[in-house]
Design a protein around this ligand. Structure first.
Ligand code: ADP
Ligand code: MG
Length: 329
């Protein structure tokens, strides 16, 4: 039984960035206006995510970390109009299998009192202690992959790279989460915590973008919009000469979710290369497609299948040529 659980859960939590992404999505799903992510030793020691969302109701304590348990979908019909990031009830149960999970939570009704909850590797509630806390939830993940030597060795080897990937992910959520303060910091044994993401107090999109891209990019950022049948595109991209030396900070959102679109990324970089060979644009592009995305494709929900991908690529080319690369005026 344990083995089955272990085998099946390997899918969702494949790495550090995915673990944090799932917790951040849960906080956003809970309607938080503040999410604070604290890493110790890049996540190797612990990951703590604190939010001020609606908290967890006492009747859910037992089932919370069981596989496929979710409070977000109550009927099959709901699946059509999922508005939350999560809906499969897999993240917490998978995390229990690969780490030690403790949750402290309070609801509006229970605050200033709440409950601290501990779960075992199969996601069963093993300990419950009353604690004082504000409304919201804190999830602590410690000893990630301690029982999975191969993955742990992998994580240690790629710690820097993994952390950089995590920063990129959190930046993406910080761009689209209007009205939510998101911070990410890392504390190592030596020195002060390093803050990697901190959304500016202003909540307008441009301020958030500049927080991520760097304020010096302001004069280089161009806003564009493009509408075609089934597809609309809207975003900010830097002019070729204002770009960066590397191809990071290139972000796509498909119907409101941060996503990887490898073909579109490649297309944009190729288009821009002709104008400024050693510079890569930064961009944040929202793609809205009508009824033809399949968010179910990969377990981490990052790679989406867009049935009208050709239209998206054509639209991107047209929009970028017109507004950034070869503007009329
Ligand atoms: P899913 O997000 O797909 O529902 P998860 O395993 O990520 O599945 O979470 C299981 C359940 O735990 C959620 O449906 C939600 O009810 C509850 N939950 C998890 N994190 C939080 C949080 N930060 N605030 C409130 N509820 C949470
Ligand atoms: Mg979730």
């Amino acid at each position: 039984r344990e083995t089955v659980h272990k085998l099946c859960s390997g899918q969702v939590i494949v790495d550090l960035a995915t673990s944090v992404k799932e917790l951040l999505e849960n906080s956003l799903d809970a309607g938080a206006t503040s999410v604070d992510i604290k890493m110790r030793d890049g996540g190797l020691t612990s990951i703590t995510v604190t939010d001020n969302g609606h908290g967890i109701a006492p009747e859910d304590y037992e089932t919370l970390c069981r596989k496929h348990w979710t409070s977000k979908i109550t009927s099959f019909e709901d699946l059509d109009g999922v508005t939350t990031f999560g809906f499969r009830g897999e993240a917490l149960s998978s995390l229990c299998a690969v780490a030690t999970v403790t949750i402290a939570t309070a609801t509006r009704e229970s605050a200033p009192m709440g409950m601290s909850l501990e779960y075992d590797t199969s996601g069963e509630l093993v300990e419950k202690t009353a604690v004082a806390r504000e409304r919201g939830t804190t999830v602590v993940i410690s000893g990630l992959f301690a029982r999975w030597p191969v993955r742990l060795a992998d994580l240690k080897k790629n710690a820097r790279k993994e952390y950089t990937r995590l920063v990129g992910l959190v930046e993406q959520y910080s761009i689209i989460s209007d009205g939510v303060r998101i911070t990410l910091s890392n504390q190592t044994a030596r020195g002060n915590p390093v803050v990697s993401v901190r959304t500016p107090p202003q909540s307008d999109r441009l301020a958030r973008l500049l927080g991520v891209f760097g304020a010096h990019l302001r004069p280089h950022l161009v806003h564009f919009e493009h509408r075609a049948e089934n597809v609309s595109l809207e975003g900010h991209v830097s002019r070729p000469e204002g770009g960066r030396g590397g191809s990071d900070k290139q972000y796509f959102f498909v119907n409101g979710r941060p996503c990887d679109l490898p073909k579109a990324k490649k297309l944009i970089n190729e288009l821009f290369r002709a104008y400024c060979p050693n510079r890569y644009p930064v961009f944040a592009i929202a793609v809205s497609v009508e009824g033809s995305v399949d968010v179910n494709l990969t377990p981490d929900k990052r790679e989406v299948m867009i049935r009208c991908e050709e239209q998206v690529l054509l639209g991107l080319r047209e929009a970028l040529m017109k507004s950034v690369l070869e503007p009329d005026e």
